[in-house]
Ligand binder design. Sequence first.
Ligand code: HEC
Length: 320
Amino acid sequence: MKRLLSALLAAAFLAAPLPAFAQTAEPAPATEAPAPGEAPASSTGVNTVSGEQEGEANVAAAEEHATPHYPLKKPEHMDWSFAGPFGKWDLGQLQRGMQVYREVCSSCHSMNLVAFRNLEALGYSDAQVRALAAEYQIQDGPDANGEMFERPGIPSDHFPAPFPNPEAAAASNGGAHPPDFSLIAKARAVERGFPTFVFDIFTQYAEGGPDYIHALLTGYGEEPPAGLELQPGTHYNPYFIASSALAMAQPISDGQVTYGDGSPETVEQYSRDISAFLMWAAEPHLVERKSLGFVVMIFLIGFAGMLYAVKRRVWSKIPH
Ligand code: HEC
């Protein structure tokens, strides 16, 4: 009987991964994100070729009019305070990132899913959040006459969008609509290739989004390779995930935002700060999720050891 039971259990364990696998094999739901660079043919040689060299190779491929793999250069792997199982948000950095968003990016990019009250997680008090929300005019209504009206924002309001709809946004931006920022840090990640993605499981790498945004913002100003034809109204950026050039010109330059905490006012620093802020916006519970996940893994490893010991004990009296 015992044998039959354990045979059944074993069969259940063996069969279990199959549905899980089938689930991951399902096509990803369509999002506005372009498919992050499909496994580039050149990545077969990734073990021997460094990211930088591969970038050069891709740029060379673009020169030869072969179909290049995007992005032409892989984003640099940055140090983020929230990386790894013991990561923490740097609240000062998130506040600076929010300042960059409000002063620069928000004139084109919406952030529809973030409410002002969520900003308390960045270390702001209730009164500060109220004051910040009141700086915005929010459309409300209809009133008793059926008219829409504007009123100062309250903490439960969301960041107002700069354009009434994506079509209006595209019409003012040369035909490309600036994507919403609420989830952008999770919607973009450049494929890392073998063997890096294997190590990523153990280091809990989840910073593909901020690495990409930082690379994109600091990646302007390079000379496009000779022979590369840019569409009119686009700007060359080898880190752009979907092409060699995008409709957004370099959005920020040195000294554009004045920080109150003495941090350097450079494109490099702005890019780090806005990328961290966008990661927070996309996944506010990232830090808790990873630290809890770490404890759960330790527990599961201990539990597996205990189960093995119990199994040995139970079977020890049965001759086999
Ligand atoms: C003048 C308007 C404008 C401003 C200001 C602006 N952007 Fe953009 N942004 C765009 C447009 C337009 C696109 C779409 C480009 C395309 O798809 O070709 C875009 C796209 C992006 C993307 C997505 C790229 C991708 O992979 O699809 C990111 C990230 C981004 N912007 C970041 C920023 C940040 C950060 C700021 C503030 C520092 C900013 N933008 C300010 C117009 C703007």
